[in-house]
Design a binder for this molecule. Sequence first.
Ligand code: TTP
Ligand code: MG
Length: 363
Amino acid sequence: MLVDLDYFFAQCEEMRNSSIKDKSVVVCVYSGRSEESGAVSTANYIAREYGVKSGIPIYSAKKKLEDKDAVFLPVDHKFYSEISKKIMTILRSYADRFQQAGIDEAYLDVSQKVKGNFEEAKELAQKIKKEIKAQQKLTCSIGIGPNKLIAKIAADVQKPDGLTIVKPEEVESFLSPLPVKRLIGVGRKTVKKMENLEIKTIGDLAKYDMQKLITLFGKSMGAYFHNAAMGIDDNLVQERGEAESISRIHTLHENTRDLKVILEEADHLCEEVHERLVKQSLSFKTIGIIMITTDLNMRTRSKTLKSPTNDLESLKKTVKELFEKIINETELEARRVGVKVSNFVKGKRRQKQITDFIGIAKN
Ligand code: TTP
Ligand code: MG
C-alpha cells in the first residue's frame, strides 16, 4: 500500500492551530525578494477549490482568495519533519517491508501480514488511518494494489481521507479510463506527445504497439510506458539501507586468461551470491560480472533477463556467457573477478505477459 498524508504542510498547520480549520490555508515559500514574492508550497482543500495549488506564485494565490477568509503562512519545515518522523514510525510498525518515499508518503509491503488477502489489507489500512488520526490528528489517503505502481495511483484517485483498493483482477478496468498523466514519468511534454498519437488514457497506451513506443520514446521509456500501462511493476518496497545489489568479488591466485580457471571461481561466487538471495527471498533480473585486469581497470558486463528468477543454474549460465564475451574483448589477464545481481523482486513472481527489454549493456 501507499500511504500519503493529505495536504500535509497545511494540515500540520491546522493541527497546530485549529482556529484556521474552516478557512483557506496556504503554506508559502517566501523568496524574500519582496513581501509577496515566492510560491505556494501547498494549500488545504478549501483553498484548492479556488484553484490554489502547489507551485503557483503567492500573488496569484492571494488574487484567487481576495475576498475569502484565508490564511497565508510561511513553511515551517522543522515542525513538519517532526510530525513526519512520528507518522513514519507508526507506519513502519505495520509493514513487512517499509520504504519512505517522501516527507509525507511511504510504501508498505503488507503481503505477508495479510497473507495476500485484499480484504484484510483494507482492514489494516482502516486501522492505520485510525491510529494516525488518534495519535497525530491527521488524515491520509491510502491506495492498495498488487504492486507499488498501482498502490501509488490508487492513493491519488481518492483524496482527502481516501481508501482505494485495486485487486489484481481489477487492475485493467481501474487503469484504462485514467488519463496517462497519472503514470509516474508522464509529464506535460509526454502528455502532449501522446495526445498527438491519440493516446489519452492509460487504456489507449496499453493498446499501443510497444515497438512504436520504443521508436518514439526510446528503449527504456518505451518499454516502461508499455509495462506501466498494463499495470506491471516488479519494483520491490526497498528498505532504507538495504542493498540494491548483491555482489561478491575475489582475487585470483594468479593472473590468468584461462576461462576454465575464471569460471571455476565465478561458480563459487555465484553460489555465495545465491545463498544470500535465498536468505532474503529475493529474485533478480539483472546479472553482472566484474573483471579487474592486470592494468587495474575494472570492466563490467551485464544482462537483464526477461523475467525475474532466483535459479542458481541460470545465474551460472549467464555469468559464463558474460565472461566468455569479456575475455574475447581484451588481451589482458584477469586479476580479480566478481559476480553481481540486481534489479530485485521479492520472492518468485508470475512470468510477465510481455517480452520486455533484453539486452547486454556495456558499462
Ligand atoms: P504532496 O503529498 O504532493 O501534497 P500534499 O500532501 O500537500 O497534498 P495531497 O493531499 O494532494 O497529498 O506533497 C507533500 C508536501 O510536500 C506538501 O504538503 C508540501 C510539499 N510540497 C511542496 O513544497 N511543493 C510542491 O510542489 C509539492 C507538490 C509539495
Ligand atoms: Mg500528501
